[in-house]
Structures are given as C-alpha cells and as structure tokens.
Design a protein around this ligand. Structure first.
Ligand code: ADP
Length: 448
C-alpha cells in the first residue's frame, strides 16, 4: 500500500522541509497547527490543515490526543514529528504505532534507551563507542562521586540523565563544591525534566563537538553519512554548523563512521540518528545520541546529495536504504547559519512582524524558512526563523559564497542573528577552522 498522507507534527521551517520531501515523493501532507500559526507557511502549503489548540505548545504541538485525533480524522497513514516537540517521546511513538499509523522515526525502545543519558552511555559503551570517563551510571552518593571525581580528575561535569537542550549541567572545579552542585543539578533536573537522576563525567577543557549522521533500516543494516562539526555554540546551543569538520582526516572519518554504523547495525536501529561526540587531541568521546532528524541535517545533504527526510519516509514505509555505504561520496563543503529572531549580540528575543523579506539565492544556496513579508513571528516558540545553508567545492569557496549570501539576506521588522554571522565570517579563527566549543562565548565576552 505504502504511505500516501503524512501528518506533520511540527511547525516552522522543519514542517516545510518535511512537506517538501513528501510532495516530491507524491505524498499528501496534513499540517497541524496552533491558533498562533494559522497563517504559517507550512499550513498554507499543506494539502490539509487541522487546528489542534491554543498557542502554548503543551496545548497544541505537545497535545498527543489532539494530534492523534487529527491524524484519524484526516486519514493520515504516517506521522513525521520533525525535531523537538514529540520527536523523542517514546510514548507518543508507541501510541502512533498502536493506531496503525507509521511512525517516521526510530523504534520506541531505542528512543527510550537513548533518551536516558545514563542508559545511552551504557548502551554506547557496550556497542564499542568511546566514552567520556566518568561514573558508571547514575550517582547520588556524594562520597562515591568524590572518589570517582578524584580518579578522573577535576574539573568534572554533573549532568542530568534526562537532560536536553544544554540544560541540567554543572561544572565542578573542586571537591569542596561537589556536594552542593550535585544537589543543585538534581533539583534543577527534577523541576525541568521530572527526574533528579544525575551522573558524573570528566569535563573536557577545550573540545570540539563532532557528530555522525547514521541511518538504519531496522533490520540490521546501517550506514553513516559522515560528520558535522557543531563546535560553534553559545550556552551549549549550536549557532553554526559545517560538514565536513575542518579537523578530521578521511581516515578518521571512515574509521569513526564505520564504528558508528556498525553500532547501529548491531542495535537494529531504524531511521535517522545522530551520535554526538566531543573531540579533543584526536580522541572521540561519546556524549549522547539523538534519535531524530537534527536541525543541521542540511549540511550533510549538501555534501552527500542524499535527501535525509526522503530516506526517513522510505524506511518508515518498510523500504530499504536507498544508498549503500560504498555509494556515499563526500564532496565539497557546506555551512549552515541558524538565523534567530533575536538581538545578534545580546540575544534578547525579538518576535513580531516581518515587514520585508528577501531570501538569498544563486548557485548552491539554500534557505529553509517559513518566513514571508507580513508574517508575524509568534513569541511562543523557538526563536529560529530560518536556516541559510551554503555549499562550496571547498571550505574557502563555501565561506566566500556564505558571505555573499549573508549580504543578500533581508529580514526587516525584527532583530536577527544575521549581523552576528556576518561578523563571525571576518574572524581569523573561523576562517581557519580553529575553534572549539568555548570559542564563541569567549569571543562574545571580549567583544562586549
Ligand atoms: P544536551 O542533550 O543538553 O544537548 P549534551 O550531552 O549533548 O547535552 O551536551 C551539550 C553540550 O555541553 C556539548 O556540545 C558540550 O558543549 C557541552 N558538554 C557536554 N558534556 C561535556 C563534557 N564532558 N566536557 C565538556 N563539555 C561538555
């Protein structure tokens, strides 16, 4: 039979991205939206639209009952969750499957395993991925924690088992503060995620963030599509991403990629996933796995030519992976700039009406965005309003083209991060690729 109508359980640029892949496959789309998004581009473009609730996400984009009802009423045979919202909610995935609707995502049990970072680390270790040294599982006893911290050496980082989005982490420099910080991390995790479980890990001084894109068919076959370097971060949030990483050799890429693909094959992983590592002095350290499509997936698409959303839909439809590992070629260089509706340097949110809009264009320039002139950016959701993705035959050419594209982008009426990106592309360290996860915050401090 095959998938013929997909409900897109998301909003913004990713909803549009999914709609585009679906239509290119001859599949109809159903947009669900909150009352705040009645005029959104993905709602306009979708074949059908269903309003599922008021603006707050808990009443709309996280409202499983309303979304399942919409899927039933609109006769959808599949649901794509995008990223964020319900994408890594294994209960929702289970409910979807229990309604005989194809879940365009990993098996619920794998979402569960990887969603708990303690379990994820154990699983990753058992599958042969290199780990950050730390507590072997959850820890609540301060004496025990102090012993482990002594062994691995300070500073250490206390992390929430159910953490996400860079929240629930505390860096501890010395034994005196360990007890207090563990308590604080636990409390914060409890109120943010409803789970106070924490674990301990060595705090790496100056690493890069390098992640591998993987894909499994759910039947023991898996591939990798190389890495993305997401070291440019502010408050553990990615600002700009590139592929390939400026620091990885072809041998290293193949070696780590194969380890990741084999781990996914052994697991029987289904669909798209990202295995995140910190990288320091030539060594990889697993930190977590995301069981969904990532915001930055387009840079991988640009250098491999593989449409990752199309691949997700194919796999959910019970088809085989469309490419074999030895058919995947990494060509050229791609960079993505996340454009947020916020002050470029203070980062104060800036929702409101977009008075004029002009997207950059030309060869190898891609803009993923639901913006248009006259659109009002609602204050209720994530501030990311566009992604500018640029390809070049090499990194230098990519940067030249990205500068040119940033010159062309016009978004008026609200503040955006475009001026930040323009300035970043004048910095020697960015031009040479010599930056770690600390770089951006230090640069911002100096600049202010
Ligand atoms: P989240 O799920 O909240 O995104 P991650 O485990 O992916 O949490 O970590 C997010 C970011 O926090 C990383 O990209 C890195 O910048 C920083 N980080 C996490 N673990 C460590 C560590 N052991 N040492 C240094 N920095 C870390």
């Amino acid at each position: 039979m095959g998938i013929s109508r997909i409900l897109i359980a998301n909003r913004g640029e990713i909803a549009l991205r999914i709609h585009r892949a679906a239509h290119e496959m001859g599949i109809e789309t159903v947009a669900v939206h909150s009352t705040a998004d009645a005029d959104a581009m993905h709602v306009r473009l979708a074949d059908h639209a269903v309003c599922i609730g008021p603006p707050p996400a808990t009443d709309s984009y996280l409202n499983t009952a309303a979304i399942i009802s919409a899927a039933e009423v609109a006769q959808c045979d599949a649901i794509h969750p995008g990223y964020g919202f319900l994408s890594e909610n294994e209960k929702f995935a289970e409910i979807v499957e229990a309604h005989d609707i194809a879940w365009i995502g990993p098996k619920p049990e794998h979402i569960r395993t990887m969603g708990d970072k303690v379990m994820a680390k154990k699983t990753a270790g058992a599958l042969g991925l290199p780990l950050v040294p730390g507590s072997d599982g959850a820890i609540d006893n301060v004496e025990e924690a102090a012993k482990i911290a002594e062994e691995i050496g300070y500073p250490v980082i206390i992390k929430a088992a159910s953490g996400g989005g860079g929240r629930g982490m505390k860096v501890c420099e010395s034994p005196e503060t360990l007890g207090t910080l563990m308590q604080q991390a636990g409390n914060e995790a409890k109120s943010a995620f409803g789970d106070a479980t924490v674990y301990l890990e060595k705090y790496l001084g100056d690493p890069r963030h390098i992640e591998f894109q993987v894909f499994g068919d759910g039947n023991g076959n898996a591939i990798h599509l190389g890495e993305r370097d997401c070291s440019l971060q502010r408050r553990h949030q990615k600002v700009f991403e590139e592929a390939p990483s400026p620091v990885l050799s072809t041998e290293e890429r193949n070696r780590m990629g194969e380890i990741c693909a084999k781990a996914m094959a052994d697991m029987g992983y289904r669909g798209a996933g990202t295995i995140e590592f910190l990288w320091e002095n030539g060594e990889f350290y697993f930190i977590e796995m995301n069981t969904r499509l990532q915001v930055e997936h387009p840079v991988t698409e640009m250098i491999t030519g593989v449409d990752l959303v199309r691949e997700q839909i194919r796999i959910a439809d019970g088809k085989a992976l469309s490419v074999k590992q030895d058919e995947i070629e990494f060509k050229g260089h791609a960079i993505e700039c996340r454009i947020n509706a916020e002050d470029p340097f203070t980062f104060a949110p800036s929702p409101g009406k977009v008075t004029s809009y002009h997207a950059a264009g030309g060869m190898h320039v891609r803009v993923d965005s639901g913006l248009y002139a006259g659109y009002s950016i609602p204050p209720y959701y994530d501030s990311m309003i566009a992604k500018l993705i640029v390809y070049g035959r090499n990194r230098e050419g990519c940067i030249m083209r990205l500068r040119r594209a940033l010159e062309e982008m016009v978004i008026e009426g609200v503040n955006t991060s475009i001026p930040l990106h323009r300035e970043l592309l004048t910095q020697d360290d960015i031009l040479s690729g010599d930056y770690s996860i600390k770089w951006l915050e230090e640069w911002l401090k100096e600049r202010s």
